[in-house]
Design a binder for this molecule. Structure first.
Ligand code: PLP
Length: 282
């Protein structure tokens, strides 16, 4: 009689992850550090099958963004419908949408979906430069956030979404409350460097929690916000049910991506997704 061959632990975990599928709806960054390219690399590194709907094309490198062209809402929805009617994602990440019309169209299309939706509201760069007009901020609050599971604004985006100045823990708590009034279930504010620590504050069932990693001084942060939201989305696609656990996983993995400077390009070096511990690990 032939001996039964037992799958190894790794084979078993890979098989379990076959349905770990994530979709990003985001802009293209041709230098591969941010946008949908960063999202897909992060999904792949973490063992998640990645799909992408392109919303806008940027002409940029690590030094500057030279041009942005937003695709029509019809073309974006056609891509989205084609994917959704064929392959079901277990989690969706939303990045740059470009204009208010696109925000509304995508938000309305996503309202019927049951899977977790992570919104990285690409509105203000982490250096404080505005990336979108005011009507995009309003459309995001009205048409997108009510259908989202988690939104991940940086400090400046949280200020723009609320009109507050986040200069104290009380103001941060107030901003989380105000943003959650849009209907989004969880709000993760990336406060950036606070006294030598990278602080991320999220609301949970037990009140607000702060997820902290040491601050790094590197010049390799291009795409770091995309990579963080993509790693959280990957965790949800892998079956994590707790948003807090997914956020802790994402923050740790994004921190790993910032620990190695690949020294690519003459500007802000891309976050290095290959430095993230792979999944499955054994
Ligand atoms: N999406 C696209 C297409 C971008 O080009 C950028 C920045 O260049 C971002 C998102 C946001 O990048 P980051 O994660 O560095 O905030």
């Amino acid at each position: 009689m032939e001996a039964e061959i037992q799958p190894t632990e790794k084979q078993r975990r890979v098989t379990l992850a076959m349905n770990a599928v994530a979709l990003t709806i985001a802009g293209s960054d041709p230098c591969g550090g941010a946008g949908l390219q960063a999202d897909l690399k992060t999904f792949q590194q973490l063992g998640v099958y990645g799909m992408s709907v392109v919303t806008l094309i940027t002409v940029q490198n690590t030094q500057a963004v030279r041009r942005v062209e937003v695709l029509s809402p019809e073309l974006i929805l056609e891509q989205l419908d084609a994917v959704l009617e064929d392959i079901e994602p277990r989690a969706i990440k939303i990045g740059a949408l470009g204009n208010a019309e696109v925000v509304r169209a995508v938000g309305e299309r996503l309202q019927k979906l049951a899977c977790p939706i992570v919104v990285d509201p690409v509105m203000v760069s982490k250096h404080g430069h505005s990336l979108v007009a005011d009507d995009v901020v309003d459309a995001c609050k009205r048409f997108l956030l009510p259908h989202a599971t988690l939104v991940t604004p940086n400090r400046f985006e949280a200020e723009r979404l609320t009109g507050l100045t986040l200069d104290s823990p009380d103001q941060v708590a107030k901003a989380i409350y105000l943003i959650s009034q849009t209907g989004v279930r969880h709000v993760l504010i990336k406060l950036g460097n606070v006294e030598g620590e990278m602080q991320h504050v999220i609301n949970s069932e037990d009140g607000n929690r702060c997820v902290i990693v040491p601050s790094l001084e590197g010049k390799n942060t291009h795409g770091s916000g995309c990579v963080l939201a993509a790693a959280i989305t990957a965790s949800l696609a892998l079956g994590e049910e707790s948003i807090l656990e997914a956020v802790e996983f994402g923050v740790q993995r994004a921190f790993e991506a910032l620990q190695i400077d690949n020294e690519l390009g003459g500007g802000i070096h891309p976050a290095e997704v290959r430095a993230m511990s792979r999944w499955p690990s054994a």
